[in-house]
Design a protein around this ligand. Structure first.
Ligand code: MN
Length: 267
């Protein structure tokens, strides 16, 4: 009931605010890039306003469209780092899982942005229940060529050798990888559309296996750009797979309360 002497509306507002503060937020796939200048603006507004009402902020990968080393000069990446650090300084811990685009984000950028890098995948505790977090590309096992590329580029020796190259060489390599990926994607799209949809989505058998392997009944991931809340059966129980949306046309934020999930768009 409202505290004595307080009107209903004001108390309800405060109650709403209190509940909002108990809510972790999850975002992914912002794909920040100079080609979509509205998105960094939306991202900064989100960090300076909405994110301060969270009690934790989880970024599940592909914050950046490309990342070829923490030493790359980027005013946009600096601005995002400052805004993220301000969120952390305001008492909202920020966590980051690397995506397939920004898997080279390192400890230096993490320090500048004030976030903690979590392994992919990670299990966290949400209101007393274990929840599996990951970027999502690990679940797309039908794309065999991509999984081979992933294994190669996650090798610490490969990464050390890549990061030791001069910036110009890294830019050239990234451009080549991007062109090859786009060529392959458009080739697949022109072929069998249904097959393209299958190959670029999660493999159901791997989703089921992940629920069982990590002993969870809830997982949250991004990567596929197919925002949805799916209910499936795995290991004899009902499980929930929450897919975050991308930030190409609008923002996408998942808020979790003890009562449930809300997957919202930000205009
Ligand atoms: Mn991705």
């Amino acid at each position: 009931s409202p505290p004595p002497g307080e009107g209903g509306a004001a108390w309800r507002r405060r109650q709403t605010f209190y509940n909002a503060r108990m809510t972790p937020f999850f975002i992914s796939d912002l794909h920040l890039d100079p080609s979509r200048p509205a998105i960094p603006v939306l991202c900064l507004a989100f960090l300076q306003r909405d994110a301060l009402q969270a009690d934790a902020l989880y970024i599940l990968g592909d914050l950046f469209e490309a990342w070829i080393g923490d030493d790359t000069p980027s005013a946009a990446a600096d601005a995002v780092a400052d805004a993220l650090h301000a969120v952390a300084d305001a008492g909202v811990p920020v966590y980051f899982i690397r995506g397939n685009r920004d898997f080279l984000v390192g400890d230096d950028y993490a320090r500048r942005a004030g976030f903690r890098i979590l392994p992919d995948p990670s299990v966290i505790d949400l209101y007393g229940r274990p929840v599996l977090l990951q970027h999502g590309d690990l679940l797309c096992t039908d794309d065999v060529a991509y999984q081979q590329f992933r294994t190669q580029t996650r090798d610490p020796a490969f990464q050390a050798q890549f990061l030791a190259q001069p910036l110009a060489a890294r830019i050239a390599f990234a451009q080549k990888a991007r062109d090859a990926s786009q060529a392959r994607q458009s080739e697949m799209k022109q072929g069998d559309r249904a097959q393209f949809e299958t190959v670029t989505d999660v493999a159901p058998a791997d989703v089921e296996a992940a629920f069982i392997r990590y002993g969870v009944d809830t997982m949250i991931h991004g990567h596929t750009h197919r925002p949805a809340i799916h209910t499936i059966h795995a290991g004899g129980r009902e499980c929930t797979r929450i897919v975050l949306g991308d930030w190409y046309e609008q923002g996408s934020v998942l808020r979790v309360t003890p009562q449930g999930w809300t997957l919202e768009s930000l205009a």
